[in-house]
Design a protein around this ligand. Structure first.
Ligand code: DC
Length: 254
């Protein structure tokens, strides 16, 4: 849809003014990268500016991990894993107190619990399990049915949405990543020290990049951004511009 004529705007379709022309288009923006590279900061800002939904897929893997820990699920036993997955419902809901989106596990707000080091230390082995990945990737694909979505994770541009119109692969140096993780934990009121966070990131990097099923990798057509020394606004402007260009392009194709 394109033009200056009036039309009905549904929630799923992004609407904004570009020059004097009214553009309505919905694309998918896939943001992948290592932990602590600022994926969620960028993804949230893009989603807010485009009036798109934002989905943090890492939170979904963390929620499954929390369930496994709390229910003593044996991750070596396929049957226990399948049974556990049948009992897991993950939802995202807006928290009016923080103005952020919280992760709900089986109807309960578990946003704080999924950010602890206990969960972080167990999430990589859990996310290497193919049954877990199938379960979550299926839900993530459904979320993209209407497009108008910014999704961040490890396999979004490669597996979940290989057809995403914008694919970003984010990297940053270790010092910066550790500090960002500590800051994130602090804002959620979760305790953590530098050495523990550093060790956790190192172990997770190794497992996330070397697992057999959907390892973290840059999609061939992804744009790599090293944001170690970019401000939030600089990185936002860079990707926002790419998104607007794609939205314009998709308009022309329709
Ligand atoms: O982004 P995060 O640190 O909250 O992610 C937690 C873990 O979840 C990460 O170590 C790997 C896993 N993950 C994944 O395997 N695939 C995704 N799409 C997102 C996260």
């Amino acid at each position: 849809m394109k033009g200056n004529v009036s039309f009905t705007v549904s929630f799923q379709f992004c609407t904004f003014e570009l020059s004097s022309q009214r553009i309505v288009k919905s694309i998918i923006i896939a943001i992948d990268g290592f932990s602590g590279c600022g994926k969620s900061t960028l993804a949230k800002a893009l989603a807010a500016s485009l009036n798109y939904r934002y989905i943090d897929t890492g939170a979904m893997y963390r929620a499954v991990t929390l369930y496994f820990l709390e229910n003593n699920v044996d991750i070596e036993d396929e049957k226990s894993i399948e049974e556990a997955l049948n009992n897991i419902i993950i939802e995202f809901k807006h928290n009016p107190n923080t103005n952020q989106t919280d992760t709900f596990l089986n109807g309960e707000d578990r946003e704080i619990a999924i950010r602890t080091l206990r969960v972080a230390n167990f999430v990589s082995p859990v996310s290497a399990i193919s049954a877990v990945r199938r379960f979550l990737v299926h839900q993530q694909k459904i979320m993209g049915d209407q497009r108008a979505l910014v999704m961040d994770g490890r396999d979004i541009g490669t597996v979940v949405f290989p057809d995403a119109e914008v694919k970003i692969f984010m990297v940053a140096n270790d010092e910066v990543r550790i500090q960002r993780r500590l800051d994130e934990m602090q804002t959620k009121g979760v305790l953590g020290n530098y050495d523990d966070v550093a060790a956790n990131l190192k172990t997770r990097d190794l497992i996330d990049t070397s697992r057999i099923d959907s390892p973290l990798a840059k999609a061939d057509n992804a744009i790599e951004i090293d944001n170690s020394y970019l401000t939030r606004d600089e990185q936002f402007q860079l990707v926002y511009k790419m998104a607007l260009e794609k939205i314009g392009q998709s308009q022309n194709e329709n």
